[in-house]
Ligand binder design. Sequence first.
Ligand SMILES: [Fe+2]
Ligand SMILES: [Fe+2]
Length: 223
Amino acid sequence: MMENSRSMKHAESLIKSVLERLNLNEVMEEDMEESIDHGELVAMLVRLLCNQLELPVDFQQQIVLAAYVHDIGKLRLTKNLYEREKNTLQIEKTRYMRMHAKVGADMLKEAGFPAEICNAVYHHHENYDGSGYPANLSEEKIPMEARILRICDVFAALISDRPYRRGFDMDTAMELMIEDNKAFDMKIFLEFMKVYHSKEFDQVISFSYNVNAKKRFAEKNIS
Ligand SMILES: [Fe+2]
Ligand SMILES: [Fe+2]
């Protein structure tokens, strides 16, 4: 694995320390790398957005911390999927993977993380219109941490390569989010758009470019 930045190590050490504390040592290397890169990218976006929102520093730090580990529940779930890969329908997999929000929050709680962070992770798939999961919360009932995470998480997922598609370019990702915005708190999303057009966004562009390039290189060398 490429270890080319200090912040990279931050996501990695956080995720690994949780897994160690819970005695979970059978995570696939590929899933681990995906989780670290994705956590890192979301945390980078969250940091920029929190700054734009002028949130208090300790509140910002909490959300960034939640961002690093928000999908950690997937690492506990994917193992079971590999074992059943052949017989599992896509729709079953999708439904099953929805558990990662609760599973992740439980893992973090068990590892001693503060309640606010566990709560942010628990709600990071709630949609502003109430159509998300696991609690179907809507609007301001969704903790602000989770509303911030939701926007950054969707953007990060859209610009990243997936096993079934290449990442979208950033302008297309923004357009897709503008068109389908039911998941987002519009007040926060408008601030995200400002961040997107700011100079600071260059770090996101280069980080994402490197992660996608790394995946493509690995793919080429396998096939
Ligand atoms: Fe997630
Ligand atoms: Fe995510």
